[in-house]
Ligand binder design. Structure first.
Ligand code: C2E
Ligand code: C2E
Ligand code: C2E
Length: 88
């Protein structure tokens, strides 16, 4: 995969997120917690977020959206299916 494209559907694995060290996932964990709070959505194992939010997070992580998608798959926070199909 090129890793150049952002995830198509962003469904964050909250249980996995909690297992990872804060120095890696701190900004993402705070972002997810804020969205949960705004929605009043506290009991889910996963959290669907906006594609726009992935773009904002990529800026925070100083990566392209596609690179951040690969990183999140690597951490197990996104499933491999989040990787967009290549349009060759
Ligand atoms: P789906 O989008 O594939 O989500 C499957 C399940 O993942 C959901 O089952 C829910 O348990 C969990 N899930 C996904 N995103 C979130 C999230 O942001 N927060 C929480 N707490 N859980 C999440 P559920 O709730 O039984 O929904 C079944 C299906 O119904 C969903 O499949 C989706 O197709 C539809 N659906 C439910 N809520 C919405 C919604 O707000 N908008 C839209 N468009 N579809 C929804
Ligand atoms: P808002 O953006 O003005 O959205 C108001 C309501 O419209 C939301 O209430 C939700 O019921 C619905 N809504 C808006 N966009 C979507 C969408 O793409 N899918 C679904 N299923 N529903 C949508 P809710 O959920 O109580 O959220 C309240 C406010 O919290 C939102 O106001 C927004 O300011 C913020 N928020 C919630 N979730 C997110 C998120 O994933 N990303 C961002 N950036 N903000 C969010
Ligand atoms: P979803 O609810 O199935 O919505 C799929 C796409 O439809 C959204 O992708 C967005 O492009 C559009 N959409 C749905 N509702 C609205 C709306 O009220 N206003 C606008 N402008 N567009 C809408 P997106 O933004 O990438 O969001 C992906 C998923 O993240 C949504 O799937 C939903 O599960 C979740 N989500 C996003 N924002 C909110 C929110 O404010 N509240 C809640 N509860 N869930 C949200």
């Amino acid at each position: 995969p090129s890793g150049a494209e952002p995830a198509t559907k962003v469904v964050i694995n909250l249980e996995r997120l909690q297992q990872l060290p804060a120095e890696k996932v701190g900004p993402l964990a705070r972002y997810a917690a804020t969205i949960q709070s705004q929605r009043g959505d506290y009991n889910g194992k996963v959290l669907s977020i906006r594609t726009e939010d992935l773009r904002s997070l990529a800026i925070i992580y100083d990566m392209s959206p596609g690179e951040l998608t690969e990183q999140l798959i690597d951490w197990g926070v996104l499933p491999p299916e989040a990787r967009p199909a290549r349009e060759d």
